[in-house]
Each structure stands twice: as structure tokens, then as C-alpha cells.
Design a protein around this ligand. Structure first.
Ligand SMILES: Nc1ncnc2c1ncn2[C@@H]1O[C@H](COP(=O)(O)OP(=O)(O)O)[C@@H](O)[C@H]1O
Ligand SMILES: [Mg+2]
Length: 216
């Protein structure tokens, strides 16, 4: 499904340059659940951002479903993600003055769903995640685990093929982490390909494969 070939990415200017990804090549098959591990600063978030089309490699090739991905600005990244990729971050990044339903709807802003399709997708997602009774609440009234469910809902409401998660359980206690991992496992069994950046061996253990990034 995904092929990264000889990806290089560095930041900074000529005098002060850090190479983060140096000739990285990875293949990801449809249906895999992959953990990405490595020291802080080893480029895990950078890798996820490149997969998401949020950031762009300096060189190398990114192939998604047989097509070369050529992106160079935010707008082309948004088009690329639409109906294809969902992103989940550690600190939820919910919008405080939107309700749970409205936060999930944010995941459909770029979609071409009709308003009826949107309503149904949001309803189904609330049900899938067991948060129907929270739909009219605001984020400030939710626990950490509930917030992360909403963030997962926002990422999956458009039924993406690929789910990218950056330390999605890093801010949760271990009980809540278990619940969230069950949700990821279920989404994976339903067909989503999942890449999870994590420091946590329990998270890596439920994945099929672990990629370890080296710090340069
Ligand atoms: N936009 C950026 N500008 C400059 N340096 C960056 C930028 N993004 C990441 N970096 C640097 O690249 C390195 C890798 O960052 P990151 O991918 O966030 O690592 P990780 O997620 O593994 O901790 C770090 O040294 C970080 O400071
Ligand atoms: Mg990171």
C-alpha cells in the first residue's frame, strides 16, 4: 500500500543543519499495524508528517496505492489526506468551543460527503466508539480517555484507509490506554492500516511489526 524509497529530510540552514531521515526506505502492506519507535528526536513525528502529507521529503519517493505522491504545499496535502488518511495526536487537539459531535465533524470538513452522509457518518462513529451519550458535551467536561475517543472519532469519521497516530496513549493512564488500544485493534481488524508512534512496549506488542528509527 505504501512505499517510501530513499527518503531524506533535514531541517535548518546551511550552517546549522540536522539530518533527521537519512535514506529511509519502508514498505507498509494494507492491513498492517505498525509501531514506530526510537529515541526522542529520531524523526518519528517527521516520518508521520511525511506519510500524512503535512511535511514533504527533501528527496526520495513516496508511493501510495501505486501512485507517486507529489506534494509541496498545505493545500495539496489536504487533498491527498481527504478520504484517505486520519491523523491522531497525543494531546487530542480538540476544539474547546465545539461539542463532541462538532469536533468529530471537523474530520469531514474536507470531505465531499453530503450533509445527510455527514450526519450518518458522525452518528455511526459516536456509536462505534461508545460515546453517543457524550455527543452534546464540550471537551472541558470530558476525561482524558473520552477526549482521545473523540480525537479518534474525528480521525476515522471519513473511514480512512490509513490511520497515523503520534503517541496516542502517551497522555493516558494505563487502564484508559488499554481501552484505546482495543479500539485501534478493532479498527485494524475492520481493515484500517495503522501506524503508531510510541515509546510504550505495551503498544508495540499489539502491533504486527516495529520500525525503529535511529537518531542521526
Ligand atoms: N519544523 C522543524 N524545523 C526544524 N527542526 C525540526 C522541525 N521538525 C523537527 N525538527 C527537528 O528534527 C528532529 C526530529 O524531530 P521529530 O521528528 O519531532 O522527532 P521525534 O518525533 O522522534 O521526537 C528534532 O531534532 C527536531 O528538533
Ligand atoms: Mg514526536
Amino acid at each position: 500500500m505504501i512505499e517510501l524509497k530513499n527518503i531524506c529530510k533535514s531541517f535548518g540552514n546551511k550552517d546549522n543543519r540536522i539530518t533527521v531521515l537519512d535514506d529511509l526506505s519502508i514498505c507498509i502492506d494494507k492491513g498492517e499495524m505498525i509501531a514506530v519507535m526510537g529515541k526522542s528526536g529520531s524523526g518519528k513525528t517527521t516520518l508521520l508528517n511525511i506519510l500524512a502529507g503535512i511535511d514533504f521529503p527533501d528527496s526520495g519517493e513516496y508511493v501510495f496505492d501505486g501512485e507517486i505522491v507529489k506534494l509541496n504545499n498545505a493545500a495539496s496535502g489536504i487533498r491527498f489526506r481527504r478520504n484517505r488518511i486520519g491523523v491522531i495526536v497525543q494531546h487530542f487537539a480538540l476544539i474547546n468551543d465545539l461539542t463532541v459531535s462538532e469536533n468529530i465533524e471537523v474530520g469531514l470538513y474536507e470531505s465531499d460527503y453530503t450533509s445527510g452522509q455527514k450526519r450518518k457518518a458522525i452518528k455511526d462513529t459516536l456509536k462505534d466508539l461508545g460515546i453517543e451519550d457524550l455527543k452534546d458535551k464540550y471537551p472541558s467536561k470530558l476525561s482524558g480517555g473520552e477526549k482521545q475517543r473523540v480525537a479518534i472519532g474525528r480521525a476515522i469519521v471519513g473511514r480512512p484507509k490509513l490511520l497515523l497516530c503520534d503517541e496516542p496513549t502517551g497522555a493516558l493512564d494505563s487502564e484508559t490506554e488499554k481501552e484505546i488500544l482495543k479500539i485501534f485493534k478493532r479498527l485494524n481488524q475492520m481493515g484500517a492500516t495503522i501506524v503508531i508512534v510510541t515509546h510504550d512496549k505495551d503498544v508495540a506488542d499489539i502491533c504486527n511489526r516495529t520500525i525503529v528509527l535511529e537518531k542521526h
